[in-house]
Design a protein around this ligand. Structure first.
Ligand code: SF4
Length: 364
């Protein structure tokens, strides 16, 4: 293992799992059923790197972000801060180190308070308002390129543009000197013309201040632009993870290929052929085997029966897809499952085979 890979990530989530319970039916027939929001998702956030989580609505991206920020508690899995188990609960020291930027800058700032108040408040809450607080506010505004600061400190949120509001929200997160920024769709509600400025600001914070950044998005093109590593989620599961160039140049999972074919590309001369169809499944009634199988153009019998294992495609690049399992191993796995099913009678094979195979990576 090289020295670079031996450094513990600032924040790491291992096998994070979260179910939400909802009531179905009425009266005596009512029952509580689980929503499989996130199942066994691992993510590491390194200093000076941006990690993106990409997927459609309902993929579980925000739930992962909230578990990492300790806003919600995982049902299973582990959170590590600097390689050690994170403290229980959500102590102030953890909240200061791991800050979250929300999607909607219009709602995340209190409309009755001026910018100065929004930036001083976290300093007061975290007992960091020492010395010249106005100088601290001016410094925060400069760090998010709102200059000259005096033009902004006295303004109310409604007097700012969407991009300026999101910059104030980022400055507020920076006030307590975090080491991790979790940005949940930070540009999706902004005009296209000002999105690039906010993405460049996040890149600048990564490079200049060495922050570990998690960027949540449904836009794989912006993830490629900003992120060092991309994780693709589908229906609560991690389906592919790789360095961003490797993932976007050589997508291994059919769902990633679908996302890329739907992304705008000025260099593309032909209209993309969207070979996958349909919509993501209900998290209350997930398909057996591979959750993407009802939409997948490459679906095989084994996909309908068994959860695909995570396979190493190349260095740092993994994909959970039966296409990348050696055909002999795939057949052996399916034969074993059928033999077990015959011996034991009808069974639910939805989770059989998960992670059961080795790392041999051969394409069909
Ligand atoms: Fe498609 Fe099968 Fe791969 Fe799932 S496991 S993405 S259904 S080929």
């Amino acid at each position: 293992m090289s020295a670079a890979t031996a450094v513990a990530p600032v924040l790491e989530g291992r096998d994070l799992t979260k179910y939400f319970w909802v009531k179905q039916g009425r009266g005596p027939l009512a029952r509580r059923v689980p929503i499989h929001a996130v199942e066994r998702v691992s993510v590491r956030l390194d200093a000076g790197k941006v990690t993106a989580i990409v997927g459609e609505s309902g993929a579980g991206k925000t739930t992962v972000a909230r578990m990492l920020a300790k806003i919600i508690r995982p049902d299973a899995g582990q959170l590590l801060l600097d390689g050690r188990p994170a403290p229980g609960g959500r102590p102030r020291s953890y909240a200061a180190q791991v800050q979250m930027i929300l999607q909607d800058p219009f709602a995340s700032l209190n409309p009755v308070h001026r910018v100065r108040h929004h930036l001083i408040r976290p300093l007061e809450i975290h007992h960091m308002a020492h010395g010249n607080v106005d100088a601290a506010v001016a410094d925060l505004l400069r760090r998010v390129a709102l200059e000259p600061p005096d033009n902004f400190t006295g303004k109310f949120p409604h007097e700012l543009s969407g991009g300026q509001r999101q910059r104030v929200a980022i400055a507020r997160a920076l006030a307590v000197r975090p080491r991790v920024l979790i940005a949940d769709e930070p540009v999706s509600m902004l005009d296209v013309s000002i999105r690039l400025g906010v993405l460049n600001l996040l890149a600048d914070l990564r490079d200049r201040e060495h922050l570990a950044i998690l960027y949540i998005t449904h836009d794989i093109a912006s993830a490629r632009y900003l992120a060092d590593t991309i994780i693709v989620m589908y229906a609560g599961k991690l389906v592919e993870a790789a360095p961003s160039v490797s993932l976007t140049d050589n997508p291994a999972h059919p769902y990633t290929q679908l996302l890329l074919s739907a992304a705008p590309d000025p260099d593309r001369v032909q209209t993309p052929a969207l070979s996958a169809r349909g919509a993501p499944p209900s998290l209350l009634a997930l398909p057996s085997g591979c959750r993407f199988h009802p939409r997948c153009p490459h679906v095989m019998d084994v996909c309908r029966r068994q959860v695909p294992p995570s396979i190493a495609i190349s260095s740092g690049h993994t994909a959970a897809c039966w296409l990348h399992v050696d055909p002999a191993q795939r057949q052996a796995s399916e034969n074993g499952l059928l033999a077990t099913a015959t011996a034991q009678g009808p069974a639910n094979h939805a989770d059989a085979g998960s992670g059961s195979l080795g790392k041999d990576s051969k394409k069909r």
